[in-house]
Design a protein around this ligand. Structure first.
Ligand SMILES: NC(=O)c1ccc[n+]([C@@H]2O[C@H](COP(=O)([O-])OP(=O)(O)OC[C@H]3O[C@@H](n4cnc5c(N)ncnc54)[C@H](OP(=O)(O)O)[C@@H]3O)[C@@H](O)[C@H]2O)c1
Length: 319
């Protein structure tokens, strides 16, 4: 049994709470909001048995909580993560994990010193179809990967936090972490940013970003596109020397297709369960890791979040 505390009662926290319904081995034991009435309304709507905390610090300090799920705006992840760690709490932090590699390293340092579990809530990394895709690649079903293309776009220009630089808005921080996570999964750690074309509003926030990642040896190229202005098909193509894989929805894998070198479809795998089951799968994986005394989730190790944070730093500072 894992007792989870929700820090922040926003939209994502609500989705997570609903996804956890019906999973008897996960209990939402506490919810915290900056506003008392909001926390109460959240609990009533999503987790009536949860204790209501009227500020975040009280939840961080509470007994009987095994894991705190941090679902606040991007620029607050660091402050809230450190606050929980200093109260000896394991944490699952929404993506993008931190605003910089320096923040990520600081969180890992503080957690390591206290032997605490920390994971980035990069839910795609926990999905069974992600594991299946990686298995096909490991088995050599498409040979060496030469080229990856992926796009992720939604018409979400009206979401306030995405338009606010103070909250870490913009297409790349919101969506680029998925495309970059996919590329790091497929291409490994030895990759560099070779091009960035970010189109920005006058606030400095990017409405869309196109970028290229390349392996250090030049053998594999990824061309990636994220946008907050348009719904795209959210697909990826992974082109290998002897085949290719098509991913249908890189933000919530619906299906993956394996093609051989003649172009014939040879295998398909489909997602199972409800649409947002991935959130529950992610928390169950964290519960499993914590029960084994691990401080990292094998599906989303610290080194991967750190690599993504480094890439984010370069992309966001590219001129
Ligand atoms: N994994 C996914 O699929 C996914 C999907 C969407 C979003 N996310 C991530 O989840 C996080 C939250 O996104 P969201 O869409 O849930 O945002 P949201 O609806 O705006 O909720 C964020 C919550 O953070 C709290 N908060 C603390 N300080 C705040 C401040 N200064 N301004 C505004 N809110 C503040 C608020 O909770 P209280 O008022 O209750 O304190 C607010 O409701 C982001 O990091 C985002 O990238 C992940």
């Amino acid at each position: 049994m894992l007792r989870i505390g929700m820090l922040g009662c926003g939209k994502m926290a609500a989705k997570m709470a609903d996804a956890l319904k019906g999973h008897d081995d996960i209990v939402i034991a506490g919810v915290a909001s900056r506003e008392r009435s909001k926390a109460k309304a959240f609990a009533a709507a999503h987790c009536p048995d949860a204790k209501v905390f009227t500020n975040y610090a009280k939840l961080a300090a509470a007994d009987d909580i095994d894991l705190i799920y941090i679902a606040t705006p991007n620029t607050y992840h660091y402050e809230h993560a450190i606050m929980c760690i200093k109260e000896y709490k394991n944490i699952l932090v929404e993506k993008p994990f931190m605003m910089s590699r320096a923040e990520a390293d600081s969180v890992f340092f503080e957690a390591k010193n206290r032997n605490l579990f920390v994971a980035e809530a990069m839910w795609t990394s926990f999905m069974p179809l992600h594991a299946q895709m990686m298995e096909w690649i490991k088995e050599g079903r498409i040979g060496q990967i030469k080229y990856v293309s992926a796009n992720l776009g939604y018409d979400i220009t009206d979401v306030p936090r995405l338009n606010d630089p103070v909250l870490g808005g913009g297409a790349y921080l919101d969506l680029g972490c998925y495309t970059t996570n996919l590329a790091v999964s497929l291409m490994g750690d030895d990759i560099k940013v070779s091009r960035v074309f970010a189109r920005k509003y006058s606030t400095g926030i990017d409405k869309d970003t196109t970028y290229c990642l390349e392996t250090d040896d030049g053998g594999t190229l990824a061309v990636l596109y994220v946008t907050m202005t348009t719904n795209t098909d959210k697909s990826a193509e992974i082109i290998g020397e002897t085949g290719r894989i098509h991913v249908n929805d890189i933000n919530n894998y619906r299906s993956i297709e394996l093609y051989d070198e003649t172009g014939d479809l040879v295998e398909t795998a489909e997602a199972e369960g409800p649409l947002y089951e991935g959130y529950a799968i992610e928390v169950l994986a964290c519960a499993d890791a914590i029960s084994k005394g691990l401080v990292q989730a094998p599906e989303m190790p610290w080194s991967k979040s750190a690599k993504i944070a480094s890439i984010n730093d370069i992309i966001r500072s590219w001129n």
